[in-house]
Design a binder for this molecule. Structure first.
Ligand code: RIB
Ligand code: CA
Length: 321
């Protein structure tokens, strides 16, 4: 049986790659996309999500507008990383499919409560929607099967401040609510995602037919690679979000530790920093599993194989996106 899944996302380039990987993974059954502010505005993200779904012939997947701003912090978007549209240099047609009229927080609550213990959530953007679902409906957290979070940096530098990763920095208060919710959490931090680099050669491998999905991947990641080269001298681009999705059905790609992890919310230089209590100094019980080691080429090979099959299926179906 495929794992029933909701992706809470700020699409964004690596989010779009995670959505495509999900659509290429028969192990997963995507119930819907709940959109949150982050890499781009929530409204732009909702447009991007629908455009990517239509590109992949998956317009039957519902998309829900979510929170446009963090709980407390001022808005922070990432045009320097994902471009003004959130999808780099990619140009997708305006989507035809509408957003679902329900709010993303209500979709999360209703779907989880309708099937207690069955729904996995992959949160690959700031955690504002998930935090509000926890606060709005006390029955939500106990009913979530598990929550895969792409976010944080535990034994690794930040990518937004020297200490903090983007998703937990943009909305640290939401992360704090989620981290202390009791939901079974798998944290997928920069410690492992920064080992997963999509190279120009990988993108070339996907260009069997330079239209549709392959062209989208080439155009979106070209912007992302230019950012990584300029800011961090990386030859390629870090694909954070797809790793979080892959670990749902291929956990052996990483090694994990059960530890107590918290996030700094008192402000100051460490705002949004996630830290792990490896030596049990706080006497707090572990609140999550944390992926701390990864076999990068195992993941990249899985990702490329699945995307290749999705592109071939699109070419066979005659769709060019
Ligand atoms: O820090 C990387 C994370 O922040 C990724 O999810 C990226 O898409 C952004 O949301
Ligand atoms: Ca993201």
């Amino acid at each position: 049986m495929p794992q029933r899944l909701i992706i809470d996302t700020d699409p964004g380039i690596d989010d779009a790659l995670a959505i495509l990987l999900t659509l290429a993974s028969s192990e997963l059954q995507l119930e819907g996309l709940s959109i949150v502010h982050g890499n781009c505005s929530m409204q732009q993200g909702a447009r991007n999500a629908r455009a990517v779904l239509e590109l992949a012939g998956a317009s039957h997947i519902p998309v829900f507008n979510g929170c446009e701003f963090p709980l407390v912090q001022p808005s922070l978007l990432a045009p320097e990383t994902h471009g003004n549209t959130g999808l780099g240099y990619a140009e997708l047609p305006d989507p035809v499919m509408p957003v679902d009229p329900r709010h993303a927080v209500d979709f999360l609550i209703e779907t989880v409560l309708a099937s207690p213990g069955e729904i996995t959530i992959a949160a690959i953007g700031p955690l504002t929607n998930v935090a509000l679902a926890i606060r709005k409906e006390p029955r939500f957290a106990p009913a979530v099967k598990d929550l895969f979070i792409m976010g944080g940096a535990v034994r690794y530098d930040g990518n937004t401040t020297p200490l903090a990763e983007f998703n937990t920095y943009v909305d640290p208060h939401a992360a704090h609510i989620v981290f202390h919710s009791g939901i079974p959490i798998m944290l997928v931090p920069l410690d492992v995602t920064y080992q997963c680099i999509l190279t120009p050669e990988d993108v070339t491998r996907l260009q069997a037919s330079p239209t549709g999905i392959p062209k989208f991947i080439a155009d979106s990641t070209r912007f992302y690679m230019e950012f990584h080269d300029e800011y961090q001298q990386i030859a390629g681009c870090v694909i954070n979000d797809p790793l979080a999705l892959a670990l749902i059905y291929r956990p052996e790609i990483c090694d994990y530790e059960e530890i107590f992890v918290d996030v700094e919310i008192s402000g100051g230089v460490a705002m949004g920093k996630t830290f792990g209590d490896f030596y049990k100094m706080t006497k707090r019980s572990p609140n999550m599993r944390v992926a701390l080691q990864v076999r990068p080429r195992d993941f990249m090979e899985l990702f490329l194989e699945r995307i290749e099959s999705l592109c071939q299926a699109q070419a066979t179906a005659g769709g060019s996106g």
